[in-house]
Design a protein around this ligand. Structure first.
Ligand code: ATP
Length: 442
């Protein structure tokens, strides 16, 4: 039996992942048959609170996964109670009660959804919600006609995320261990020693996005007033649990280990320029057509074309040092860009860039020689061409003698720094490339 929940928090507080820990506490009389799941959905939807995440737990009786939740210092299994079984209706009522206790149900922008199911919905719901925008009426139709018990609150939008998260069938996946603050600390500044985040980063092999070496700051603790103390991400759950001993911080009150689709690039779709549309995330191959330039706010913009059209691409200000790489592109360079699409003008917000081919860059060495007298011709002004003063012969601007210069860029992959990274973006390190830098060495 699955319980899925989404859209329970607001910018002022709470976190849907915290609600899961309360659900798990409530259902100690059941076995937890799978790790709790934290499923990130389309990062471009405008109505997300923060990271557009929905959650699922799997309850039943059988072989349980050990140690997904515990209290600090005691890696205990919370599921040691007597196993008794109720029906889905009872499970739904108990889950609803937890949701209504913790969710910001009355907040105008919070529209929770709760779904209890015996089967996972078709995977197309996950694919649609992670890559595109789904309509609530289609979700409601499916829930109404299927074997589900569900409830939506407010605008009921949370039903979309809850149903989509339920339908996730992991192909690629990672883990996140989240720790939570004691209740009296909620809303107060987080106490954490950054040095130990660096140590954790160094001592672990399969973690990612913990420390931003470029910006020299930790990336595991949120800045919002939510109950999360920190979250560490990686491919090895045992390594993540080591954070509880290594990271020196205020004492967390509880922790939980999630199976997640973070760092998988599941949101990206290969497209050509004419197929791109607002709110999707695309992977596009094309040729740079304009020299990157900086606009107000520090964003670096250039244009790109493929066989089907032309559009802009941007390295926005929060991508910090990544912009210095983008600035070195020149017209003619061949690139593959991954990122979300926004409209007017249609622009791809770069998350990752693969430089496939570098154009030959030349500088002018000297003016062309006169074909009659052999002397160097004189320039007639910028882009105005050349003229031999003696013979009066004219020559086109392109006839200047040029030499190739070394490009400051090399071909290969580049990514935005950790602090500017989307939850779903697959870090280059996961493809066994390099860490702690935005450069991929191939
Ligand atoms: P948090 O990560 O802190 O839980 P959030 O960023 O997940 O918050 P929500 O409060 O869950 O934000 O709001 C996102 C809303 O958008 C949810 O109601 C969810 O169902 C809905 N939603 C998510 N993805 C899509 C999509 N692809 N199409 C339509 N609606 C979506």
């Amino acid at each position: 039996m699955f319980i899925a929940v989404d859209d329970t928090d607001s910018k002022e507080g709470m976190c849907t992942t915290f609600l899961v820990t309360e659900l798990i506490k409530e259902f100690q009389d059941y076995d937890l048959l799978d790790l709790p799941r934290l499923v990130r959905l389309n990062p471009n939807v405008p109505w997300k609170t923060r990271g557009n995440g929905a959650i699922v737990i799997t309850l039943g009786k059988g072989k349980k996964r050990r140690g997904p939740v515990g209290h600090i210092g005691k890696d205990v299994d919370l599921f040691q109670g007597i196993k008794k079984h109720g029906n889905e209706k009872k499970v739904f009522e108990r889950a609803k009660n937890i949701l209504e206790t913790w969710a910001e149900v009355h907040h105008e922008e919070t529209n929770p959804g709760l779904v209890v199911a015996k089967e996972r919905p078709p995977e197309s719901f996950y694919q649609g919600a992670v890559k595109d925008v789904l309509r609530l009426d289609l979700i409601e139709d499916h829930l109404e006609n299927g074997d589900y018990i569900y409830q939506g609150y407010g605008k009921k939008r949370g039903l979309i995320g809850a149903t989509a998260a339920l339908s996730w069938r992991p192909d690629d996946f990672t883990y996140e261990l989240l720790t939570y603050r004691k209740k009296d600390m909620w809303g107060r500044p987080r106490i954490m020693n950054e040095e130990y985040v660096i140590e954790f980063d160094k001592k672990t092999q399969k973690t990612f996005d913990c420390y931003d070496h470029e910006e020299e700051k930790q990336a595991i603790a949120p800045t919002s007033p939510c109950p999360v103390l920190y979250g560490v991400r990686g491919e090895d759950p045992e390594e993540l649990k080591r954070s509880l001993n290594i990271i020196d911080s205020e004492e967390p009150e509880r922790w939980i280990l999630f199976l997640t689709n973070q760092g998988t690039d599941d949101h990206i779709q290969k497209m050509n320029i004419s197929e791109t549309k607002l709110w999707v995330s695309a992977k596009i191959k094309g040729k740079v057509t304009t020299k990157p330039h900086t606009i107000q706010g520090g964003h670096v913009i250039f244009d790109l074309k493929d066989k089907t059209g032309e559009m802009s691409a941007a390295a926005y200000e929060p991508t910090k040092g990544f912009r210095r790489t983008v600035e070195k592109l020149i017209p003619g360079d061949k690139v593959e860009l991954l990122g979300g699409i926004r409209n007017e003008p249609k622009t791809l917000n770069i998350e990752k860039m693969n430089i496939i081919g570098l154009e030959n860059k030349t500088v002018k060495e000297s003016n062309p020689e006169c074909p009659k007298c052999g002397k160097n011709m004189s320039s007639m002004g910028t882009d105005a061409g050349y003229r031999c003063k003696r013979c009066r012969i004219k020559a086109h601007e392109d006839l200047a003698v040029r030499r190739s210069v070394q490009r400051e860029l090399t071909e290969g992959w580049y990514e935005v720094p950790v602090s500017a990274r989307r939850h779903l973006s697959k870090p280059l390190i996961r493809d066994n490339i390099c860490r702690s830098t935005s450069r991929l060495s191939v």
